[in-house]
Ligand binder design. Structure first.
Ligand SMILES: Nc1ncnc2c1ncn2[C@@H]1O[C@H](COP(=O)(O)OP(=O)(O)OP(=O)(O)O)[C@@H](O)[C@H]1O
Ligand SMILES: [Mg+2]
Length: 358
């Protein structure tokens, strides 16, 4: 199978985010007024050990959950866009002479890739995209090359195909976040133009950081940190199973001590991780400040998390709502959709990719 990180968009396919602990799907359509309509979305938890370090570890279990998620989504569409974890993809920007023919450019991309990829070229898939004219030389263009091991792609495709779905696009999680950011930029003053914006996607196991300047991605980083720590703490404090703890977290019903002894300390630790990630960014790049923080991922549904992050970092903080500017299918629970929206950022970005065949 071929694959492509960079292809145009046409509406109608399902964005599928396979995370460490769940499979999430989003289906969008054209609302007829230049925007998106949210047709549906679904989340299904994965059993422990199904995904390990971003790799498919138990194909059969993943297929089973993929089928369940698709059923829950209630769509007839079978074409899907998937993504690789950012860490599974080597991305590099290079400059090439502007007037190259397609074949010459491909040859040069291979030559460049050969230099920095630690595997033999027949073990990897490579794709590239011309970003635009090079800033320092009008005769050259800036080209983004992305490469990943074939088996990482094939494993994910096998999950989709095992569930009767058709994999059309293989994207990268950080690119999907960037695409979905266009849906949330209007939550910021001046739609984020000319500003430095840090997206912190805090999931169950991972915190994905993506910094954009003037709406272009300039920095990404992933670290292991997430809501799973809070779930574990709830389990051990109150003697609950993982499922019970997960439910209690979302729906409440825990003893009074939960808020002050468990939840508030966790909120503080999230704020500290975000502050640390911001310091890491400013100290390792030419940028010396962040103008806005956008919180995403399931953890950002925690009440007042944005306030805690803002008061520690002293940076304006908002919770991403990628469904914000969409028409929402009347069959969906509107309030629930808003609560779930921040966790669907990557799946939204994938759904926006739409379906050119591979
Ligand atoms: N309403 C809520 N209140 C508190 N926590 C929540 C809420 N909804 C979801 N979460 C937590 O968010 C986490 C899941 O977030 P998300 O769906 O973004 O993770 P993921 O993408 O599946 O995993 P990862 O990106 O870490 O691999 C879980 O720890 C879950 O308990
Ligand atoms: Mg995630």
């Amino acid at each position: 199978m071929k694959f492509s990180f960079f292809k145009e968009t046409t509406p109608s396919l399902i964005g599928v985010d396979i995370s460490s602990v769940s499979i999430k799907m989003v289906e969008l359509s054209d609302d007829g007024r230049g925007g998106y309509k949210l047709e549906g979305y679904a989340t299904q938890p994965l059993p422990k050990g199904a995904m390990v370090d971003g790799n498919v570890a138990d194909l059969e279990k993943l297929i089973e959950v993929m089928k369940l998620a698709w059923k829950l989504l209630g769509s007839r569409e079978k074409r899907v866009a998937l993504a690789l974890p950012t860490a599974a993809v080597i991305s590099k920007k290079v400059q090439m002479s502007a007037g190259l023919r397609e074949e010459d450019m491909e040859a040069q991309v291979e030559a460049e890739a050969n230099q920095y990829i630690p595997f033999s070229l027949d073990e990897v898939n490579i794709d590239f995209q011309i970003l635009g004219p090079a800033a320092n030389n009008p005769d050259e263009v800036e080209v983004l090359i992305a490469a990943s091991r074939k088996e990482k792609i094939e494993d994910r495709v096998a999950v989709a195909e095992g569930a009767g779905l058709k994999a059309m696009i293989m994207d990268v999680e950080s690119y999907a976040t960037e695409a979905a950011y266009t849906l949330v930029a209007n939550q910021l003053p001046n739609a984020g133009r000319e500003q430095t914006v840090m997206i912190a996607d805090i999931g169950a196991a991972m915190m994905h950081v993506n910094v954009l300047h003037d709406n272009k991605s300039i920095y990404t980083r992933e670290q292991s940190f997430g809501g799973g720590q809070l779930t574990q703490e709830i389990q051990s404090r109150f003697g609950l199973s993982p499922e019970e703890a997960e439910m209690a977290k979302r729906k409440g019903g825990l003893p009074d001590s939960y808020d002050s002894e468990v939840l508030q300390p966790f909120i503080q630790s999230v704020a500290m991780e975000v502050a640390r990630a911001m310091q890491f960014f400013t100290s390792s790049t030419q940028y010396n400040r962040v103008d806005h923080i956008v919180l995403a991922g399931g953890c950002s549904a925690i009440a007042a998390l944005d306030i805690a992050v803002q008061s520690l970092t002293k940076v304006n903080t908002v919770v991403a709502n990628p469904f914000n500017s969409m028409t929402i299918n009347t069959k969906l629970k509107q309030q629930q959709a808003i609560t779930d929206a921040p966790a669907m950022l990557i799946a939204c970005g994938l759904a926006m990719r739409g379906g050119l065949p591979l």
